[in-house]
Design a binder for this molecule. Structure first.
Ligand code: ADP
Length: 223
């Protein structure tokens, strides 16, 4: 049922990837350079988006089969966040969005590195997707008794109170297109929630339409 649900999302990008790459392969000599560049751009964007969908689908499928091992270690949060930001820079630069991390140098959390990367990847990529050009995405941490509160906030389109209630639930698939019409799956936040809960943490949203969104979650600090 699940793969049937996503079969269109998986198949249709390949129509354009296979079609356009075929044109480039057979017609390159007859095409003007700008057309080749345009086709290559579409192939690149389509395959990057589909790759993200596949990553999410596989994460989700592994989760459902309880094949995801939770292996927490001491993690230097700042380094992990910087690694994730680096992968997102191309997208951020193309929309002229500043991504700023305020995570202090010495903050060590007790977490599964791959899960934590996936959480940040999904939250930062959503923030970039739902923020119009020249906006700002910030990652902050606040020390609380026994835990650390992390916020990924943006200056984007925000979410209505009604939609906030529908998020984090598979049965009410809320998936909107991004400010550049980027397609989504409605899976990213579900995965974030499952991964945060594996860490005994909580995840929630504070948002106002047109004012931006603030995705918050908690993690344990290494004692
Ligand atoms: P996807 O982004 O692939 O649709 P997600 O589960 O990551 O799936 O997000 C579900 C929905 O939540 C999005 O489609 C969007 O409507 C909303 N959303 C998530 N993050 C943000 C954000 N930073 N700003 C505004 N809306 C958001």
């Amino acid at each position: 049922k699940f793969f049937f649900f996503f079969s269109h999302d998986l198949k249709s990008p390949f129509n354009s990837i296979v079609g356009l790459s075929d044109i480039i392969k057979t017609e390159a000599k007859n095409l003007v350079f700008s057309t080749i560049e345009q086709y290559a751009g579409i192939i690149h964007t389509t395959s990057s988006n589909t790759y993200r969908l596949l990553e999410n689908l596989l994460d989700w499928a592994r989760l459902q089969r309880s094949q995801v091992l939770f292996r927490p270690v001491s993690v230097i949060l700042k380094n992990l966040v910087n690694d994730v930001i680096e992968i997102m820079l191309e997208k951020a630069n193309s929309k002229m969005i500043a991504v700023i991390s305020y995570i202090p140098d010495n903050l060590i959390v007790w977490a599964d590195e791959e899960m934590l990367k996936t959480i940040f990847r999904n939250l930062i990529s959503n923030a970039l997707k739902f923020t119009p050009g020249k906006g700002k995405v910030e990652i902050k941490s606040t020390l609380m008794p026994g835990e650390i509160q992390i916020a990924v906030s943006d200056t984007g389109i925000g979410i209505t109170k009604d939609d906030i209630k529908k998020l984090f639930r598979i049965e009410s698939n809320v998936s909107k297109r991004g400010t550049q019409n980027e397609q989504g799956t409605g899976l990213g936040l579900l995965i974030c929630k499952e991964f945060v809960e594996k860490h005994d943490g909580r995840i929630w949203i504070e948002s106002e339409p047109r004012q931006g969104s603030n995705f918050m979650f908690t993690l344990k600090i290494k004692e």
